[in-house]
Design a protein around this ligand. Structure first.
Ligand SMILES: [Zn+2]
Length: 192
């Protein structure tokens, strides 16, 4: 439980634990035996001294907002949605990954029946944030510059390259489908 908290992104007022587990350190406050974060940053546990502190990350933490363009790694794909680990927001690398959700209805200007035709795990996508009111940001890849920018073969894991309109594995020649960004690199430019 302690290890799980260590290194996680926290906001002011977030409950970190109880005084029986650890003493409040810098960036935290204790109220009635409960330790809360008093600032936005990264929780840090000192296991020897049993102290929890929050290292402020103001100025370093870039948070995705509605309208932000993000780059993310596809973590998980289900029939109707995919979970994306956002790593870059508006060209700035994030100190911590944020989770985004891409629903199949927001994935393509065309009708897509299955998310598996849009993205696959480990692909890199460029997306736009459309809603941040929930804990998991909602993303869209509708737009010419949005979609998959790097794709990996679901059979052998090697990079897929575009040859004409066919997306093919550079090694095993397996043909796959994706919702590609317009600037997805073609075979001619994939040699280096
Ligand atoms: Zn392959």
């Amino acid at each position: 439980m302690i290890n799980k908290l260590d290194g996680t992104f926290v906001v002011p007022g977030e409950k970190l634990g109880v005084v029986e587990e650890f003493d409040p350190g810098r960036g935290t406050v204790e109220v009635g035996g409960i330790v809360y974060s008093s600032q936005t940053g990264v929780a840090s546990i000192d296991p020897k001294r049993h102290i929890v502190s929050v290292k402020t990350a103001t100025g370093l933490v870039v948070v995705p907002e509605e309208g932000s363009t993000v780059v993310g790694i596809v973590e998980k794909v289900q029939e109707k949605m995919a979970i994306i680990n956002m790593i870059v927001v508006d060209g700035k690398k994030m100190a911590l990954p944020f989770t985004g959700m891409l629903h199949v209805s927001n994935s393509s200007p065309r009708f897509e029946r299955s998310m598996w035709d849009v993205v696959k795990p480990n692909d890199i996508i460029r997306a736009k944030v459309i809603d941040t009111s929930q804990r998991i940001a909602k993303l869209t890849t509708v737009g010419r510059d949005l979609g998959v920018t790097k794709a990996y073969c679901s059979k052998c894991g090697n990079e897929l390259v575009l040859s004409g309109h066919i997306l093919r594995c550079s090694v095993c020649r397996n043909v796959e489908r994706r919702r590609l960004a317009e600037d997805f690199r073609s075979e001619a430019s994939a040699t280096n």
